[in-house]
Design a protein around this ligand. Sequence first.
Ligand SMILES: Nc1nc2c(ncn2[C@@H]2O[C@H](COP(=O)(O)OP(=O)(O)OP(=O)(O)O)[C@@H](O)[C@H]2O)c(=O)[nH]1
Length: 383
Amino acid sequence: MIMTTLMCAVMSVVLYSVHRSAGREVQGLDQWAAGLLALAPSIWLYKLYGILPDPVIVPIANGVVLWGLGRTMLGTQMLLGRRPSWLLFHAGWAGGASLLCWFAAISSFPLRIAVFSVVAFSFYAVQIVAVLRYGARHFSSYFFTGLLALQALPVLARGVMALTADLSTVDLQRGSALATVYLAVANMMSLLLAVGFLMMAMRRLQTVLERRSTHDPLTNVLNRRGFGACYDAQLALLRREGRPLALMHIDLDHFKKINDRYGHSTGDQVLVHAAGAIRYAVRECDYVARFGGEEFVVLLPDSTLKAAAGAAERIQNMLRELRGAHLPAYTASIGIACQYSSHESLDNLLARADVALYRAKANGRNRVELDDDPCSMEWCSVA
Ligand SMILES: Nc1nc2c(ncn2[C@@H]2O[C@H](COP(=O)(O)OP(=O)(O)OP(=O)(O)O)[C@@H](O)[C@H]2O)c(=O)[nH]1
């Protein structure tokens, strides 16, 4: 018992410390820390059975345990980005404690066990379903789900047996086989489940950091680094299969005026809108990136200049059509270049698209210009 209390307390401190350092990126750690903090001393409350009257100690001891288990359920839901089931939590621990008080008063031991088991099992079951549906396909999720199932099954078995079997098998004071397994699993799981949850949280943090290093935080499209990795993968395909790559350089027109006239925050909203409209206008296999300021770049695998010009016109239409009444009107100039040779570098391709873009700006903006360099032509050799 001392070990279980200590393990719960230590893991509570560990999870709370990780919560403080991970910040908003990883949710639910504080809920788990609170849950474990409640569970740590809760087992000592069972020592008061027989000392305090049952209608007093039964709802207090079990209510604290259910409160702790409920908090861990909320924590798991939050980690997975789901809305926490506050209603189930309050109904579970408060409703459960009230029923336990009543069943203790009328001395119905089987119903006491059944109520506790149903509430505790539902807290575990909600987590299992949530992790299986929304968790990452990763070892940490399977490990955590397995532990939850291992914890939930004896709880369910005890609840069912309380209503169907001899009471001596479910009474934890009497040392039956079920009671021994139940207590052993419960003691071990207090540590293992917390470790499993921590593993899932670490995995989540890793995913968030990886995404942050490859995506633009404002518009959520790729940043220069993320785009570079996608370009490298497509260049390998060009080398192997000879499929051309088209690249669009998109620059919003007179963006400085939008900032100056409507403010920086409206400017930001325009950037978010532009990214969404570009994303919407191109194929799912195309890569959209923000290269800083009001400049976007789109890589279109397996596309010629002509195909990319069609996509560019779609983008310009989307910028017009998708704009809500809350945003000022704006346009974009687009330069397009195409790559047929795997010997060319990304910088060179970008420079050619840039030349076309500056021609679009010079020719009056809000237009699409194609690169006229021979490298953009189909007869340029694939090495
Ligand atoms: N709101 C907002 N503005 C930004 C951001 N990054 C850069 N800018 C602004 O974008 C503007 C870019 O202005 P310019 O490079 O002069 O280009 P422009 O006004 O679009 O003119 P043309 O490209 O010639 O049509 C500058 O005022 C920058 O301050 C950002 O993240 N948010």
